[in-house]
Write a protein that binds this ligand. Structure first.
Ligand code: SAH
Length: 212
C-alpha cells in the first residue's frame, strides 16, 4: 500500500507530466501522503488523484501540489509563504520544507485541528496556522515572498495582491467550479504580471468560517 514501488510510480507520473525540479520531486518522494488520509482511503494515498478528507473538501492531487510548489521555487526567493486553505496540511508540509516560515489559514476548524496534528506527527515546526477566512489573507504577517491558494475564487482577491512583497508571487486557481486556470501572478512594484500555468479543478474559495 505505501510500498516504495508505489511511491516511485507516482514520481514517474509527475516527471511524465513535466515536473522537473529535483528538489520538489525529492520532497514529494519523502513526504508520506498516507498520514493525511483516513485509514479507509490510505491505500490510495500514492495515486495521483485528489481524495476526500471530509467536510466536502479534498487533499490536493500530488501533480498539482508539485506544479504549484515548482512555480514558486523557480520564480524567486521563498522566505515567507502564506497558504490559503490548509485542508489536511499536505501542501503545507511540502512547502514548509522549502520556506523559512509558512503561515497557513483554513476556514473549517476541524480540518485545521487535523492538519495541526498531522504537521506535528511529521515534526514540521516552521508553520503557524490560523482559523480564519483566508480571502483576506493574513495582513499582520505580510508581506510574503509567495502566496499559495489551494481553493478557487471567481476573481483574485485584491487583499492577496496587496500582501505580496516586491518580486513576490501568487499561485492561485481562478474560475468556476468546473473550469479553473492556475495563475502565477508576479508583483513588480505596483505592476502585476500574470501567467497561466495549467487547467485545474479545485474546491471553491468560500467566505466566512466554520466552527464544527
Ligand atoms: N492544501 C490542501 C488542499 C485543501 S482543499 C492540501 O494540500 O491538500 C482547500 C481548502 O481550502 C479546504 O480545506 C477549504 O476549507 C479551504 N478554504 C476554502 N475557502 C477558504 C477561505 N476563504 N479561507 C481559508 N480556507 C478556505
Amino acid at each position: 500500500m505505501t510500498s516504495q514501488r508505489t511511491r516511485e510510480r507516482l514520481l514517474g507520473r509527475l516527471m511524465d507530466q513535466g515536473i522537473q525540479s529535483m528538489q520538489v520531486l525529492d520532497i514529494i518522494r519523502s513526504t508520506p501522503r498516507h498520514i493525511f488520509l483516513d485509514e479507509a482511503l490510505s491505500h490510495r494515498a500514492y495515486e495521483d488523484v485528489a481524495l476526500p478528507i471530509g467536510h466536502n473538501q479534498t487533499i490536493s492531487q500530488p501533480y498539482v501540489v508539485a506544479r504549484m510548489t515548482e512555480a514558486i521555487v523557480n520564480s524567486g526567493p521563498i522566505g515567507k509563504v502564506l497558504e490559503i486553505g490548509t485542508g489536511c496540511g499536505y501542501q503545507t508540509a511540502v512547502i514548509a520544507r522549502l520556506a523559512e516560515k509558512v503561515y497557513s489559514v483554513e476556514r473549517i476548524k476541524p480540518l485545521l485541528d487535523r492538519a495541526r496534528k498531522n504537521l506535528k506527527i511529521l515534526g514540521v515546526r516552521n508553520v503557524d496556522t490560523k482559523h480564519t477566512d483566508g480571502s483576506l489573507g493574513w495582513p499582520e504577517k505580510g508581506p510574503f515572498d509567495a502566496i499559495i491558494t489551494t481553493a478557487a475564487p471567481q476573481q483574485i482577491p485584491t487583499e492577496l495582491l496587496e500582501q505580496l512583497a516586491d518580486g513576490g508571487r501568487l499561485v492561485i486557481p481562478v474560475g468556476s467550479d468546473h473550469h479553473q486556470e492556475l495563475k502565477l501572478i508576479t508583483r513588480r512594484g505596483n505592476d502585476f504580471e500574470s501567467q497561466t500555468l495549467d487547467m485545474v479543478r479545485f474546491v471553491p474559495l468560500l467566505r466566512g468560517q466554520v466552527q464544527h
